[in-house]
Design a protein around this ligand. Structure first.
Ligand code: TYD
Length: 210
């Protein structure tokens, strides 16, 4: 695969979306043209699915929630990510398949092997080159998120134990595949984190063409 596929993972209020934006700005300043997207969402179809998924007034059962995440993912991979990577671009994706293992697996209790199979089907086997985990105590993350007006979605409102299971799952995934994951302490300030992300990413940029 000619491009470079980087995913950003973490709990609520981990600041990862800010880091996606900061990294994209640095790449653009170098004259690169990164593709920046997010899950669920990132295409017209998938943004429709996102609205349904994050609406606090709706209550999909866990299985329906998982399958909607996969439907959004399938659309994003086929129509946006795969073509951009084939064209040699660097792709920054705010959440990806690991979010399903953490939230629908550890959080909701759906069998992880089943979710992994669905992930493989939805992504057609497209795995990130690098996954950046923004690790933060859920109590701190939720407090940060709560401070941002209008920022809570349906999943933010799950109890603390749910978010603790999500965090533990992420850390386990990172330990099990250290060649793909890099863990950052997301309690650090935004500028410090940006510098650490850049230190991790910049040596890998020579692989991409645009
Ligand atoms: P968003 O507002 O983008 O939250 P964040 O800034 O934390 O990424 O909402 C995305 C929500 O969707 C978030 O609570 C995590 C959840 N999610 C899943 O539960 N499973 C998934 O597979 C994905 C991609 C996201």
């Amino acid at each position: 695969m000619p491009g470079l596929f980087v995913t950003f993972e973490g709990g609520e209020g981990s600041g990862k979306s800010t880091q996606v934006a900061r990294l994209a700005a640095r790449l653009r300043a170098l004259g690169m043209d990164p593709l920046v997207t997010r899950e669920p969402g990132g295409t017209a179809v998938a943004e429709g699915i996102r609205a349904l998924l994050l609406d606090p007034e709706r209550r999909p059962v866990p299985l329906a929630e998982a399958l909607l995440m996969e439907a959004s993912r399938a659309q994003l991979v086929a129509t946006v990510l795969r073509p951009a990577l084939d064209a040699g671009r660097i792709c920054l994706c705010d959440r990806y398949a690991d979010s399903t293992l953490a939230y629908q697996g550890a959080g909701r209790g759906i069998d992880r092997a089943q979710l992994a199979q669905w992930n493989t089907a939805a992504t057609e086997g497209l795995s990130p080159d690098l996954t950046l985990l923004f690790d933060v105590e859920p109590s701190l993350g939720l407090r940060r998120r709560g401070d941002a007006p209008g920022a809570t979605n349906r999943l933010d409102r799950e109890p603390l134990e749910f978010h603790e299971r999500v965090r533990a799952c992420y850390l386990e995934l990172a330990r099990s595949q250290p060649e793909r994951w890099v863990v950052f302490d997301a309690s650090l300030g935004t500028d410090e984190l940006e510098a650490q992300v850049w230190e991790t990413l910049s040596p890998r940029l020579s692989r991409t063409r645009v």
